[in-house]
Design a protein around this ligand. Sequence first.
Ligand code: SAM
Length: 217
Amino acid sequence: MRRYSKQRTRMINNHLIARGITDERVLKTMATVPRHLFLDESIQNQAYSDNPLPIGSRQTISQPYIVGLMTEALELKGIEKVLEIGTGCGYQTAILAELAERVFSIERIASLAFRAQRTLDSLHYHNILIRAGDGTYGWSEESPFDAIITTAGAPKIPQTLKRQLAVGGRLIIPVGSQSSQTLLKITRLSEEPDDIKTEDLCGCRFVDLIGEYGWKG
Ligand code: SAM
């Protein structure tokens, strides 16, 4: 775990604190989770630079700043049930598992879901359930969720996810075209799923959310 610890500290200072991430729990967690172990050995030395990196199947791990920003916006205190759409390599999943009580994560590409599960098992995470499938349906049997994070860009907010959000819960999702999106923070205000507060966090560019309530693959 000590390997790359200097690079992790530099990542925290230069890419997170310097760009306005202040949540101490998020900073502490990202300073300890070994991001390089989620990547292919040939690119592990780039793990702590502020870039997205390839994880196979034409998908990417998000840059550290975006992971920090999205996680901070979820306002996790340690007691939440969280849904993640887009497990990818499992790095964001590990961050969520450190900061919340339980994490349910869905990945469309089965080989990525399998590899993420293996990595997370090797790091001894026991509060994560991963399944392969179309996350735009959400995970209704486990709803409502206190927080939902979508790590792929959607044409609009899937109604399914609004419905599966607890009252007071937060949904972080990139919404826009396939070439650029706005990262949105949605807070559900009442039992009525469309009674929401919407905040724009920043412009961004994510891979496509492909599925029934996303882009058609
Ligand atoms: N958070 C991830 C990580 O730490 O590696 C990065 C995820 S990557 C930017 C987005 C992921 O969303 C991809 O792995 C992609 O296959 C997945 N994805 C796209 N559409 C999906 C869907 N409908 N359901 C579940 N996963 C989906």
